[in-house]
Design a binder for this molecule. Structure first.
Ligand code: PEP
Ligand code: MN
Length: 349
């Protein structure tokens, strides 16, 4: 339930509404601050309780409207928080005017390798460094990451470049360790519905990059994000990374419509990972630009100095030079569309 207060209503009236809701053993939250306060009640209300509560508050001083959430996700929804969420990690913003670019290898392979990549992507204009130290691999015999050693290498690359680190956590057991090193914790596609892990990151004060599952609908992605927000952590970034379809010439099929759709349904920032979507490095630039044109707040791109010899996902990893060229184009597409998105109208559903 959402209670919309009148613009500039006195604080006292908001307090009275909160007090009435609490009498029903519910836990109301202010989801939008003054001048137009919006109060949200996320608990499931049956029709009887909803009607009772509506009667109790709708005639109160300062109340403008009482509405039901139209969807089963609540904290992530635009009706809960009309303004867009921005996430700031050490001065790098995701969801703001500038696009965020998270670049780096699929997996951290060695100190020299990550230092070379970090310096190069930083110079090209990347704003975050990615690299997996704990890798979820389809085969148990594939390279599964360097573990804590990989995290230490990331920390050194971050110290030298100033780029905050995005790295994946795959189990709850590893979470305290990975959280020490990560500026943003990545939950990968395979763990999108690992609800225990979602709740565990929901208890931290650390941004989370939540990737869409291989076979997940947009609704399921939003409900997974809801798990994190429901535990108190509202710093979530949604990531479209392609879904599995009958098409086998690309690794996955990028659902480009998910970008405006997610932004219509949710206040959370949305980024796109074209690397895992297409699986072929030569296709990454066009798809990356399409994502920016579609309104994505940023990109996650795999980069490697010698992709043919990468320990994972080499086929889709861009060379350092190709990434540099792409970054120039990203800037101009972003500039071309940014004003259109910021000024509303046809591009902002
Ligand atoms: C990754 O980012 O390296 C990764 C494993 O991605 P995904 O979870 O989207 O497959
Ligand atoms: Mn990868």
């Amino acid at each position: 339930m959402v209670i919309v207060m009148k613009e500039n209503c006195p604080k006292r009236q908001v307090g009275e509404v909160l007090a009435v809701i609490r009498q029903y053993d519910l836990n109301p939250r202010i989801i939008s601050p003054a001048p137009r306060v919006i109060v949200g009640v996320v608990e499931d209300l049956d029709k009887k309780l909803f009607d009772q509560l509506t009667r109790a508050v709708s005639e109160m001083e300062g109340v403008d409207a009482v509405e039901m959430f139209g969807t089963s996700w609540k904290l992530v929804s635009r009706s809960f928080r009309p303004e867009r969420t921005t996430i700031n990690v050490a001065g790098q913003v995701i969801g703001g005017r500038e696009q965020a670019v998270i670049a780096g290898p699929c997996a951290v392979e060695s100190l020299e390798n990550i230092l070379e990549i970090a310096a190069s992507v930083k110079e090209a204009g990347a704003t975050f460094l990615r690299g997996g130290a704990f890798k979820p691999r389809t085969s148990p015999y594939s390279f599964r990451g360097l573990g804590e050693e990989g995290l230490k290498y990331l920390a050194e690359a971050s110290r030298l470049t100033g780029l905050p680190v995005v790295t994946e956590v795959i189990t709850r057991r590893d979470l305290p360790l990975v959280a020490e090193y990560a500026g943003i914790l990545q939950i990968g596609a395979r763990n999108m519905q690992n609800f225990a892990l979602l709740e565990a990151v929901g208890e931290l004060d650390k941004p989370v990059l939540l990737k869409r599952g291989l076979m997940a609908t947009v609704k399921e992605l939003l409900l997974s994000a809801e798990y994190i927000l429901a535990k108190g952590n509202s710093q979530v970034i949604l990531c479209e990374r392609g879904i599995r379809t009958f098409e086998k010439e690309t690794r996955n099929t990028l659902d480009i419509s998910a970008v405006p759709l997610l932004k219509q349904l949710s206040h959370l920032p949305v980024i796109v990972d074209p690397s895992h979507a297409v699986g072929k490095r030569e296709l990454v630039p066009a798809v990356a630009l399409a994502a920016i044109a579609a309104g994505a707040d940023g990109l996650m791109i795999e980069v490697h100095p010698d992709p043919d010899y990468a320990l994972s996902d080499g086929r889709q990893s861009m060379t350092l030079e190709a990434f540099r060229d792409l970054m120039r184009l990203v800037g101009s597409v972003r500039e071309a569309v940014c004003d259109a998105y910021n000024s509303g109208g046809v591009l902002c559903p």
